[in-house]
Design a protein around this ligand. Structure first.
Ligand code: FAS
Ligand code: PHB
Length: 396
């Protein structure tokens, strides 16, 4: 016997895309229920993204969850490329007219979870979606020992790359585009001051390194590692030595070491599923696309999908028009593919793929060109800070 519940929009997944969509719909008086398989504590503890495009900052403020972000976030007007023992600053504000904001995904999750209240069902198991091609889609799930059926008008698949919603689409109706990379990122979090005021992306003969941060007192560092590497092989001492070995001497000398409070290895992949809509089911964020974190696009793309989808759902729920939801997949994918290209390009430029000397020479030549050419740096800055949104077709 199932408990039957009703809502207008069933959202699977309480990551940033699921919670942000629910909050924006709620602000427009549109009822939603979010089904999350993990606990709130587990979701908030995941250390992931750290860099927000200004369009993401604006959307979080529009959703009314930006107060702490604007108070604690760090404005970044540029970042540095380190290569061949030298540094070159990419002036984001001067070249693209907008900054980035450093504010951890864990903090965004907390701000959103505080604001979304009791429409989130944590620890929801065995989520399954049904009848997405009809006008009465359903989601079944179990929670607190009871089996439930959620009847709705739309389903948003915000359940990430490993979620259930994309996998529910029959293989003949969905196309997958994928590229995997022959290395991973070993990341650590440490309560030590960052090496500088801005991020440093380092291309080195031994591999890529990234100096990032969460605050002026908490640093986030990454080094490229072997795909099959394990964190057991990386005691803190080895990590710090490898990081400093991949930075120019002056920056290496400024690295403050300390005990890691989080250490993890993430694989890198480029993945896009097309289309992103199947009847009443919409795929959002990592459920539809994954980018290598080099370009800091993952979380920002998820927010961009939410922006486009919520506009369409609000239009439909207010006046029955389907113009914007009919455009969702095309508009979202336009931005997804440009960000996928940029993240692939930046990953290819900055990482060690092999010992091939010719490839390395090409990388250094392109970095040298970037340092000399305002046009090349502007292209990098425009993509890094986020491209403008595809214009909506005239809503009839
Ligand atoms: P998420 O994966 O965040 O959320 C999906 C949610 O759905 C999860 O809470 C999951 O528990 C839930 N779920 C899954 N299956 C379910 C089911 N069957 N039923 C119910 N719930 C289910 N991006 C960057 O920009 N910079 C980075 O440095 C960066 N680092 C990353 C490191 C790692 C290890 C990973 C995995 C991702 C990283 N990302 C990074 C990308 C990341 O930030 C994502 O882009 C962002 O979390 C996307 O948000 P969502 O689309 O909400 O998906
Ligand atoms: C991070 O701080 O986690 C971060 C920053 C920039 C990136 C990737 C990750 O490109």
């Amino acid at each position: 016997m199932s408990n039957v519940k009703r809502t207008r929009v069933a959202i699977v997944g309480a990551g940033p895309s699921g919670l942000l969509l629910s909050k924006l719909l709620d602000d427009h008086g549109i009822d939603s229920i979010v089904l999350e398989r993990r606990s709130r504590e587990h979701v908030e503890a995941r250390v992931r993204a750290g860099l927000l495009e200004w369009s993401t900052v604006e959307l979080l403020n529009e959703a009314g969850v930006g107060e702490r972000m604007m108070r604690e976030g760090l404005l970044h007007g540029g970042f540095a490329l380190a290569f061949d023992g030298r540094m070159h600053r990419i002036d984001l504000e001067g070249l693209a007219g907008r900054p980035m904001l450093v504010y951890g995904q864990t903090e965004i999750e907390r701000d959103l979870a505080d604001a979304t209240g009791d429409q989130v069902v944590w620890n929801a198991h065995d989520v399954a979606i049904h009848d997405v091609d009809g006008s009465a889609p359903r989601v079944t799930y179990s929670a607190d020992g009871t089996h439930n059926e959620l009847r709705c008008e739309f389903i948003a698949g915000c359940d990430g790359y490993h979620g259930v919603t994309r996998k529910s689409v029959p293989t003949g109706r969905i196309a997958h585009y994928e590229r995997t990379y022959p290395f991973g990122w070993l990341g650590i979090l440490a309560d030590v001051p960052p090496v500088g005021d801005e991020l440093i992306y380092a291309n080195h003969a031994d591999g890529f390194a990234l100096c990032s941060m969460r605050s002026r007192a908490r640093s986030r560092y990454y080094v490229q590692c072997a795909l099959d590497d394990r964190i057991e092989n990386w005691p803190d001492e080895r990590f710090w030595a490898e990081l400093k070995g991949r930075l120019p001497a002056e920056q290496a000398a400024r690295v403050v070491e300390g005990p890691s409070i989080e250490k993890s290895i993430a694989p890198l992949r480029s993945f896009v599923a097309e289309p992103m809509r199947f009847g009443r089911l919409f795929l959002v964020g990592d459920a539809a696309h994954i980018v290598p974190p080099t370009g800091a696009k993952g979380l920002n793309l998820a927010a961009a999908d939410v922006r486009v989808l919520h506009e369409g759902l609000v239009e439909y729920c207010r006046n029955g028009r389907t113009t914007l939801i009919d455009e969702y997949s095309e508009r979202a994918l336009s931005r997804v593919w440009k960000a996928t290209r940029f993240s692939w390009w930046f990953t290819t430029l900055m990482h060690k793929f092999s010992d091939d000397a010719f490839t390395r020479k090409l990388q250094l030549a392109e970095l040298d060109y970037l340092a000399e050419s305002p046009a090349a740096s502007r292209a990098l800055a425009e993509n890094y800070t986020g491209l403008p949104f595809a214009a909506q077709r005239r809503a009839d």
